[in-house]
Design a protein around this ligand. Structure first.
Ligand SMILES: Cc1ncc(C[n+]2csc(CCOP(=O)(O)OP(=O)(O)O)c2C)c(N)n1
Ligand SMILES: [Mg+2]
Length: 889
């Protein structure tokens, strides 16, 4: 039952208890009162009463006025600075939209200005030679305020401001925080709602990991993350808060701007978002600081001896609170205070303007300062600050507290005028329409103050570091055992080959310690359990129990210095850890080398938006799609058997993807990846699929390294009688082995000479092909460039047949770059299902028999073999021509 629903059956008794409590509060203070209350609840529970925990407190500020820490700043100067920032943020959106339709947001920053201002002036420390810097996740669409401040500090020019959202000519400012587009400025992309909060938690956690492993000192650094109240509806926003609570991340501060509105309307019109979030976070072990009411309310609270004002505040829902601020003081008097005569009486000496001035906590710099100061000092828990604000604050009739405000990018002259007057901006009437930027003159106390504050905090923010010290990468010869043949009868999978490479890397004297193996509860799936003992699983409390398998060689070892991140069944979290590690070169100046291995199906398709953000963030690291391939991962069925992750990888411009077959290919790819990302510091990341089919691996043929990296190389030359028809067979991953077997059939049964190409990356071949095609289009009279695939195939005869364990579209990517139009791509389109590999490859029509038949058909189309030979092949290989298309069953 809700507290409010329990009837008061004995008011006198209630009064006595309350008076007793009052006495304790007055005489002995809040701590003692809290202790006594807990004792009472405990006693009641032990006596058998069912008293569930209520995670909510009253709808008032968590920090009472007498405990507020005071800002050492100059409140008046800060107010003037904030006013100018507000104006410029508004002006840049209005100006950008005068001649364009590029959009932008005014209302969100208008509600959040104080929250950012206090942080910039007093709390957020920059990265310096001796201090690592605080990490600040800015709410994406509040960025005009951040640009406005940077402009006033001389970090951005007038021209850049005027080119907000006009980036193509290189003089603009990005719509939202994007490190890809502004690599010296933005660190964290946040505008895909929910990813900021999630990534911030893992950034804070990764900072701990780096500290515990001895890479850096904690230095009291914090991760601050700003987000909207509407954004909290994203599962990603709240999905990892229990991790932050459990791991006691007191280096993490969330600031949720509760302006009560999202894009379409109220966030919780019929409830109270602040109360809802309070219980969510408190239940997850967070320190919750509510900043609901501004200082102007305090005299009223003092007079509220009977708690009627508090009762009114508690019973009002957010929909009403929003409506109040879209009206005026008279309306608030009538509809808020007017509900109870005592309240009307309480405000009887106040004018409507006085009532209108009653402010919300998130707009009161003193309250915000006190909350931030308390968050900085709090230990043992992460802190969330729930700040109540007004969306579109200052926009007046153009948007203040109005449902349409989120998308307002224009304001009428009368609203601009009201805005100017409200914030005392020195712009004359005849200039209002053009909304010129304002700044404090050189030498003015305000500008001096702004610079001084930042100097005191170590420098300007936001700022992003592009490079770290390069690492010394082992040469390919370090992986020698993988470059040799595995040996007769010695079978292994590419997953096992990968684990061997990883093991070699962690043992490397130079780079071993920088390696971060990450798994979402799948170590045993990939045969990595040996690393538990060898490297330890990271836990900031070490291991508080004797593991069940303690007597075994590879026992489950948790360790404060553990290197492995075992993230639980949590792909978004594991991906966020990977991102934190993969951008550590920038955020911490330490290049970490993360290898995140997971079921390939639960990669891009599950956490694709994070993978996109990783590209934006210039992440450097390895993603391993484990047990990949629609027919190779054979027993797991429809939800597991991935046949498209490479196509999803191809959507990310700086993701380099490979589908290798042999251990030596894997070694070459990983070694070169290390070189490119950690020695050359290229902003790319790798996606590599590894499979679980065991087979023998040959020795690396001479001189194929370049081809492996470019995407294809000749594995075997077709051998047959002179003048025999020829075909070019392409294959990748485990299906390359079917292609080889198909070549044998063609040779043996039909005397066809088949050249076999190992295609390590159809994605890279296509990129190269497109790039060459584009250059040739733009340089029509120059000697044409030739793509790698064309270089490989241009002097070869016969049609081209490709087969892979992925959708046909995967191999089909190269169609336009072949010297012949006789091309047939086989692939595993359709829903997967479980069966033996052999049957699945037959079902999906990617096996040796289909390779042979497709080759015969293509030869017949070229009139190089008679058509009846194709029929003969179909019969010979037992293929039913009326078999349904696998995409339909
Ligand atoms: C994943 C995702 N979905 C939708 C959007 C579009 N969008 C941008 S802001 C916004 C409303 C945000 O409301 P809130 O979080 O309350 O922020 P406020 O502007 O009120 O501060 C929406 C729906 C987005 N950016 N990302
Ligand atoms: Mg909102």
């Amino acid at each position: 039952m809700d507290m409010q629903d329990i009837p008061d059956t004995d008011p006198q008794e209630t009064q006595e208890w309350l008076e007793a409590l009052d006495g304790v509060l007055k005489q002995e203070g809040a701590h003692r009162a809290h202790f006594l209350l807990e004792q009472l609840v405990d006693k009641a529970r032990r006596s058998g009463a069912y008293i569930p925990f209520s995670a909510n407190t009253a709808y008032i500020n968590t920090i009472p006025p007498q405990l507020e820490e005071h800002s050492p700043g100059d409140a008046e100067i800060e107010h003037r600075i904030r006013s100018y920032v507000r104006w410029n943020a508004m002006a840049m959106v209005i100006r950008a939209n005068k001649h364009t339709n590029v959009g932008g947001h005014i209302a969100s920053f208008a509600s959040a200005a104080t929250l950012y201002d206090v942080g910039f002036n007093h709390f957020w420390r920059a990265q310096t030679d001796t201090f690592g810097g605080d990490l600040v996740f800015v709410q994406g669409h509040s960025d005009p305020g951040v640009y406005a401040r940077a402009f006033m500090l001389g970090r951005l020019t007038n021209e850049q401001m005027d080119n907000f959202r006009q980036e193509v000519d290189g003089k603009g400012l990005s719509s939202y925080p994007h490190p890809w587009l502004m690599p010296d400025f933005w660190q964290f992309p946040t505008v895909s709602m929910g990813l900021g909060p999630l990534m911030a938690i893992y950034q804070a956690r990764f900072m701990r990991y780096l500290k515990d492993r001895g890479f850096l000192e904690a230095q009291g650094r914090k991760t601050w993350a700003f987000m909207g109240d509407g954004e909290m509806d994203e599962p990603e926003s709240l999905g990892a808060i229990s991790l932050a609570g459990r791991e006691k991340l007191d280096n993490l501060i969330f600031v949720i701007n509760c302006n009560l509105q999202r894009l379409d309307g109220p966030v919780r019109g019929n409830g109270k978002i602040i109360q809802e979030l309070e219980s969510d976070f408190r239940g997850a072990g967070w320190n919750v600081i509510k900043v609901i009411w501004g200082g102007y309310w305090e005299p009223l609270f003092m007079r509220d001896t009977k708690g009627i004002l508090l009762k009114r505040m508690a019973e009002c829902v957010d929909g009403e609170y929003q409506t109040f601020k879209s009206k005026d003081g008279a309306y608030v008097r009538k509809h808020f205070f007017g509900k109870y005569p005592e309240l009307l009486e309480m405000v009887s000496t106040m004018t409507d303007d006085d009532i209108w001035r009653l402010n919300r906590g998130g707009h009161d710099p003193h309250k915000v300062y006190a909350a931030y100061a308390a968050a900085m000092k709090h230990t043992g828990q992460p802190t969330v600050i729930l700040a109540k604000t007004i969306k579109g604050y200052g926009m007046g009739e153009s948007g203040e507290s109005q449902n349409i405000t989120h998308q307002q990018k224009k304001m009428g002259t009368s609203s601009i005028k009201a805005f100017r007057d409200r914030f005392a901006i020195p712009v004359p009437d005849d200039k209002l329409e053009e909304a010129p930027y304002v700044n404090f003159p050189e030498g003015s106390p305000e500008l001096k103050y702004m610079h001084e504050r930042r100097q005191a905090l170590g420098g300007y923010q936001p700022a992003r570091r592009r490079k770290a010290e390069p690492l010394e990468i082992p040469p390919l010869s370090a992986f020698e055992t993988l470059l040799k043949a595995s040996g007769a009868g010695r079978e292994l999978s590419t997953t096992m080959a990968f684990v061997r490479i990883l093991t070699m890397l962690v043992r490397d004297k130079k780079i071993g310690k920088f390696v971060v193996p990450i798994v979402p509860d799948e170590s045993r799936t990939f045969g990595m359990e040996g690393m538990f003992r060898q490297l330890g699983i990271y836990s900031q409390v070490g291991q508080l129990y004797t593991p069940q398998d303690a007597d075994q060689l590879m026992f489950y070892k948790e360790d404060q210095k553990g290197q492995v991140l075992q993230e639980g069944i949590n792909e978004p979290g594991a991906m966020s850890s990977w991102i934190a590690a993969a951008t550590s070169y920038s955020t911490h100046g330490i290049s970490m080398i993360p290898f995140y291995i997971y079921y390939s199906m639960f990669g891009f398709q599950r956490v694709g938006d994070l993978a996109w953000a990783a590209g934006d963030m210039r992440a450097r690291g390895f993603l391993l799609g484990g047990t990949a391939g629609r027919t190779t991962l054979n027993g797991e069925g429809l939800q597991h058997e991935d046949g498209h992750s490479h196509l999803l990888a191809a959507t990310i411009p700086n993701c380099v993807a490979y589908d290798p077959t042999y251990a030596y290919e894997l070694a070459v790819i990983i070694q070169d990846g290390l070189r490119r990302m950690y020695q050359e510091q290229e902003d790319v990341y790798y996606y590599i699929t590894v499979m679980n089919e065991n087979y023998e691996h040959p020795a690396m043929p001479e001189g194929v390294e370049k081809g492996i990296l470019k995407g294809m190389y000749l594995l075997r030359e077709g051998k047959s009688k002179k003048n025999a028809p020829k075909v070019q067979l392409l294959g990748s991953g485990t299906i390359l082995r079917e292609v080889i077997a198909g070549a044998d059939l063609l040779e043996k049964d039909f005397g066809i000479a088949a050249d076999i190409w190992s295609v390590t990356s159809f994605n890279e071949l296509r990129r190269d092909g497109l790039d060459v095609q584009r250059w040739n289009m733009l340089h029509p009279e120059a000697a044409p460039r030739v793509s790698h695939i064309e270089t490989c195939l241009k002097d070869r005869e016969g049609p081209v047949i490709a087969s892979t364990d992925y959708m046909k579209m995967f191999a089909d990517q190269v169609r336009g770059f072949l010297p012949t139009h006789h091309f047939h791509a086989l692939g595993a389109d359709g829903f997967g299902r479980s069966d033996t590999r052999e049957k699945l490859r037959q079902f999906f029509e990617v096996d040796r028999n289909y390779v042979a038949v497709a080759a015969m058909k293509a030869l017949a189309d070229m009139e190089l073999v008679p058509r009846k030979k194709v029929t003969e092949a179909i019969k010979k290989y037992g293929i039913n021509p009326e078999k349904p298309n696998p995409t339909t069953v």
